[in-house]
Ligand binder design. Sequence first.
Ligand SMILES: CC(C)C(=O)C(=O)O
Length: 278
Amino acid sequence: MHDVSQTIKITIFDTTLRDGELALKRKLTVEQKIGLAIILDEMGVDAIEVGYPGAFHKDYDEIFMVSQQVKHSTICGLASSQPDEIAAVAAALKPAVRGRINVFTPIGIQANMTVSEVLETIQSSVSLARNYCPDVEWSAFDATGSHPDLVCKAVETAIKSGATTIAIPDSLGVASPVEFSHLIETVMHQVPNIDSCTLAVHCHDDLGFAVDNSLAALDVGARQIECSINGLGVRAGNADLAKVVEAIAPNSTYYTAIDRSWLNQASEMVSQFMAGST
Ligand SMILES: CC(C)C(=O)C(=O)O
């Protein structure tokens, strides 16, 4: 239960079953995904990202079956801007009480696309996703490896195209807390329609800053943190959900809906996944 003086709810988006699974040598079974998703749902996680069917065919069935079991959390599937990937996530989410399509577009310097190609790709993919689902997240893959002006233009375009959540990832884990919160602040100040979406952050731990970057972003306007149990995720991992939630708990401004009594059970389950994958 949060203190009534804590006024701003921070949405907790768990990506253990999607980004986290990428770190495992042996992929999770559908039973393992359902088992963890039920605990995350009980724990009060707002959104659970279950898979990326465009890259892994098995993730389609897993999103479908987790969607049948979970009653409270929003179930999310990842898609690139390819129309068939977006359609696959939409179909897999059919049984979900609440579903979300997370569309990502690479916008870093290495993406090798012109500005107009990037913006057209965002416009067409996010609009398509919105035709299937009222809850669409757009993720600016490699935002910290891009020019801030392009990040802002891209975010504005995604919101105009119907995105309800915008994620700014530090995809390669290259930013310090000062640099990352400066980027979030720039987006908050320069994007005219930013108030019509929830701003999310998705940080990787290559420099050991995933949790610090996520928390620093709150004071400049981020309202969703993407994280994972035990920080499981590609390379050095994602922000650790328990560390994020424990850091927010005593804060007088922010609160989460997480019931922290479930944290150990979730951590033990994911430790077993990790041990079984070596
Ligand atoms: C696909 C996106 C959200 C991602 O995992 C990243 O940028 O790290």
